[in-house]
Design a protein around this ligand. Structure first.
Ligand code: D0W
Ligand code: ZN
Length: 886
């Protein structure tokens, strides 16, 4: 075998810098074996490019200068160029790669395809432009300086450590507000102009990789078609708990910053101890449930014991090795940057680095001696442990099983480290401190929830926000509005100062300008509890049946069994789909919120009780804007449904009107009852869901909602409405079915209004016949329904009153939408009256020629002589003009 590899590699080298062995020249006939040889060489060269890029990136991140920036860009482009070249070779030489027998080969090529084409998606010049754009944004973030609250001419404060410290420690609302505004203005605003071009670039790259947009491109790493839905599901499961936390914290914060709180139930974003309100552990002292009991803040202890950043990393390393995991290699200790240097600009945002050479692994962190940073140290060490565990995989599989796994390793261990039991064991908590009582547990769990549970909506919304931008749901003109919409909806917080579309507050969060996918942190927060539960069972430190061994007290320290279970999953890297790695580590192959719920169960129960006692209903108001767009969607849906209902009742009414029989009547009545019920439900729904709909900005929407809330008779209680509908049907039926006897043939008594009576009224000039028909009709049709009509008026007025009208007349007039309509009509009538009177006089004179003896001095025309049977009042101009004079 040796000679073949040598031959291929030499061929490769002869052919040029990035050329690869060609299949036809190869000594190997089996394509899959050749692919393996190819990949071995690819791995070697790719690792080298990767090392160069990482190294140059490190040199820049630990020393921000133009020179280091230039080299970083150059090395990164070289790496991209190599990937592009390699992929070109693969597409030519291994056309059938998707049908290879060996699944590892298939998977390898699939992964190279994405990295490869992503690098080659853009021509080199454009790629360079994109990388420069990314760098411009990150640099604004990393080098931003802000002015002090006490002295606005002192403008040298950086996020890390100055602003972070203020947000964490200050309880001066004005100072917090100032720090918050400074940071968001000095970082978000200048980044804003670059974001749209960045979005376009990102989408272009995603599209060339056959993804619909950059959001879909990010999601590919989770290798699941339903991942978004699964995440939403997890959030829905955890949301009630978050809302309980939110309500409790809000009540406590109100004690400190009372005047900052309003009716809306939202928490101002600057009061939660963190610049982004992403986790709230720093306000623990303001919300501690049992202040007289122990609280786990070991910052003071660490300081007293002279802890240094280095010591914190050593403590962490010792925990990892106690599990039988891999110690940090000498290069790590030699090359890492564990403290903020004061002689140069660096990227302080903590990070862990794999230099792709199986040798160099580093952490860069501006570590401060605090409990919070002790946790972060473990977090970063978790990344490096993962790198170490999978370092013997081919480069392409040296990734997390999914991005969330990578984030979860250190946190999982930290769940043990931070237990009071463990802190005692490593001397950070006084041995004599009682920790086993209920109150101390609640204190502890609340501090954990401030970190983990408070984070959940934030961990979700950052990418929800960017998905919405990438897929075009949100336009650049709405970038900031959408950010605060999600911040409100998910976290229940609001900005402490007025914001506008000049601002770009999302840009003030590292991962947005730095172009780092964030869903990983949400995933991590959920699965780290699954990992913890499984490792704790393995270590025998947790027993679901034993109340003395709850999940939150478990410490896996020194458990080699737990360590090897974890290691087995980590060592797989991304060589298999993540459910397989999860299966190895937990026996489960799905994300699942039950572990995190179980861990916090005692706290959740306590919070529910506490909020009930404090009369703190969880939740907060939606914004008018959100409600308005919700109302929009609601109406769209409603329109469909109502059209269907309308169609059904029209059909029934038509059937009845064209064939009056009992069956049709029954169906018609049932349907009208049904549709009244429906309208009532809709109307109640609208007023309950959108109580402030009258304040909506869109006039069209308000108009629609107004029409929906005016119900007419449908507003009546069910039984009353039934009565109403029955009365109406009875009256119309009576009208439509009334018959009278003939004037000429007394025995014939089946003359209907239409056509017989109408014909007589129109054509007959026999006054006696006309009088007979007129009288009979009025007596038979009108007479019998007088009582019914009285009832009908009562019930109809009752309905009008329920709709806030004085009577049915006012309700009718309402549809003309004019306050003066009655007067306007009266005025019209007064204008037309002279004309009417002229016509009246003329017609009277003519009719007198025909029916002379019917006229008296009063000037009135007897109603039966006009071609209108029912209502002389209906004698309007139009029908009058049709009058035929014979
Ligand atoms: C890496 N990324 C940096 C840093 C900052 C972790 C972060 C999130 C969060 C609370 C070369 C490279 C990657 C690792 C890899 C990033 C931190 C402090 C902690 C979310 C919040 C918490 C844990 C996480 C935030 C990280 N390497 N955290 O980039 O191999 O992919 O080092 O950004 O307790 O918003 O602060 O994840 O380590
Ligand atoms: Zn991380």
């Amino acid at each position: 075998m040796e000679w073949r590899v040598a031959a291929i590699i030499s061929l490769w080298l002869i052919a040029g810098a990035y050329s690869f062995p060609s299949v036809s020249d190869s000594f190997e006939n089996d394509l899959e074996s050749q692919a393996r040889l190819f990949l071995a060489e690819y791995d070697r060269q790719s690792s080298e490019k990767c090392f160069n890029a990482a190294n140059a990136n490190w040199n820049y991140a630990t020393d921000i200068r133009d020179e280091t920036e230039k080299i970083k860009l150059q090395k990164s482009l070289e790496n991209s160029k190599f990937q592009k070249e390699a992929w070109k070779n693969i597409t030519i030489q291994f056309k059938t790669r998707e049908n290879f027998q060996d699944p590892v080969l298939v998977r390898t090529f699939k992964k190279i395809a994405i990295i490869g084409t992503s690098a080659s998606a853009l021509p080199e010049e454009r790629l360079k432009e994109f990388k420069q754009l990314q760098n411009t944004m990150s640099k604004i973030y990393s080098t931003a300086k802000t002015c002090a609250y006490e002295d606005v001419t002192e403008c040298n404060l950086s996020l890390d450590p100055d602003l972070t410290k203020i947000m964490k420690e200050s309880r001066d609302e004005q100072q917090l507000r100032h720090a918050w505004k400074e940071w968001h203005d000095k970082v978000g605003v200048p980044i804003r102009q670059y974001y749209k071009p960045y979005v376009d670039f990102s989408n272009e790259i995603a599209k060339t990789n056959n993804f619909s947009d950059a959001g879909a491109f990010w999601l590919r790493e989770y290798e699941s078609e339903t991942f978004k839905e699964e995440i939403e599901q997890l959030w829905q499961t955890l949301k009630p708990f978050y809302q309980q936390m939110h309500a409790y914290v809000r009540a406590k914060l109100r004690d400190t910053y009372g005047d900052q709180f309003t009716e809306d139930g939202l928490i101002p974003a600057h009061l939660l101890g963190n610049m982004w309100a992403q986790s709230w552990e720093n306000i623990y002292s303001l919300v501690v449930p049992f202040p007289e009991k122990t609280s786990i803040d070991v910052t003071e202890q660490m300081k007293q014991q002279g802890y240094t950043p280095l010591k914190m990393f050593q403590v962490s390393d010792e925990f990892f090795t106690s599990l039988g995991l891999i110690p940090m290699p000498p290069e790590f200790w030699k090359e890492s940057l564990l403290e903020k240097p004061n002689d140069r600009e660096v990227v302080c945002h903590a990070s862990a680095w794999d230099f792709c050479n199986r040798k160099d692994f580093r952490i860069k962190q501006c570590t401060v001696v605090t409990t919070e940073d002790l946790i972060t140290v473990h977090h970063e060490m978790g990344h490096v442990q993962y790198y170490l565990q999978y370092k013997d995989q081919p480069l392409i599989f040296r990734r997390g099983a999914n991005p969330g796994f990578h984030e979860a390793v250190g946190d999982t261990l930290a769940l043990s480290v931070i237990t009071p039991k463990h802190l005692k064991e490593i001397g950070l908590l006084d041995d004599s401190t009682p920790i086993d009582d209920y109150e101390t547990s609640i204190n502890f769990l609340l501090s954990m929830a401030l970190e983990k549970i408070a984070f959940l909506p934030f961990g979700y919304l950052i990418d929800k926000y960017r998905w919405d931008i990438f897929d075009g749901t949100v336009e650049p003109s709405n970038y900031n509005a959408h950010w605060w919409k999600l911040r409100r909806e998910y976290q229940g917080i609001k900005p402490p100062v007025e914001r506008s579309e000049e601002n770009f507050d999302a840009g003030a969060k590292y991962h947005v300008p730095a172009d780092v996918e964030y869903l990983r942190y949400f995933v991590s927060k959920v699965i780290q509890f699954q990992f913890h539960r499984s490792l704790c069972l393995e270590a025998g430190q947790y027993d679901p049946e034993d109340p003395r061994k709850p999940l939150h007290n478990c410490d896996i320290y020194r458990s080699k069994a737990a360590g090897s279970k974890l290691a087995a999953g980590l060592a797989m890297g991304s060589s298999r789909p993540w459910p397989e790695a999860m299966k190895v580590m937990t026996g489960q192959d799905k994300m699942d919120a039950s572990a995190i719920r179980e861990y916090f169960k005692p706290l959740e129960d306590w919070l529910i009780l506490q909020n009930a006692k404090l009369a703190q209903p969880p939740g907060w108001q939606k914004s008018t804007n959100d409600l308005e767009s919700e109302a929009h969607s609601y109406l769209v849906e409603l329109d469909q449904l109502s059209s269907q209902k309308c169609y059904e009742s029209s059909v029934a009414e038509w059937a009845y009107a064209t064939d009056i029989n009992d069956e049709n009547e029954k169906v018609k009545l049932e349907l009208s009852l049904d549709s009244a019920k429906f309208s009532k439900e809709i109307s109640q729904n609208v007023t309950a869901t959108f109580p402030l709909w009258r304040e909506f900005k869109d006039p069209d929407l308000v108009r629609k909602l107004k029409k929906i809330t005016i119900l007419g008779a449908a507003r009546l209680p069910d039984d009353q409405f039934k009565k109403y509908a029955q009365l109406e049907t009875d009256m119309t039926k009576h009208y439509s079915t009334t018959t009278i006897c003939s004037f000429k043939y007394k025995e014939t008594c089946n003359l209907s209004l239409e056509p017989e009576l109408t014909k007589i009224m129109r054509e007959s000039r026999n006054e006696e016949e006309l009088r007979h028909v007129w009288t009979e009709w009025h007596d038979k049709s009108g007479g019998p329904i007088k009582q019914t009509y009285k009832k009908f008026v009562e019930i109809s007025n009752q309905a009008a009153k329920l709709n806030d009208f004085n009577d049915t007349g006012a309700l009718w007039l309402n549809s003309y939408e004019s306050e003066t309509f009655k007067d306007d009509v009266e005025e019209l009538w007064q204008t037309l009256k002279p004309l009417y009177q002229q016509i009246h006089a003329y017609v009277r004179a003519k009719l007198r020629n025909v029916y002379g003896d019917q006229f008296s001095d009063d000037g009135l025309i007897p109603a039966h002589l006009l071609d209108i049977v029912v209502n002389a009042e209906e004698l309007c101009l139009a029908s009058f003009l049709k009058f035929e004079f014979k």
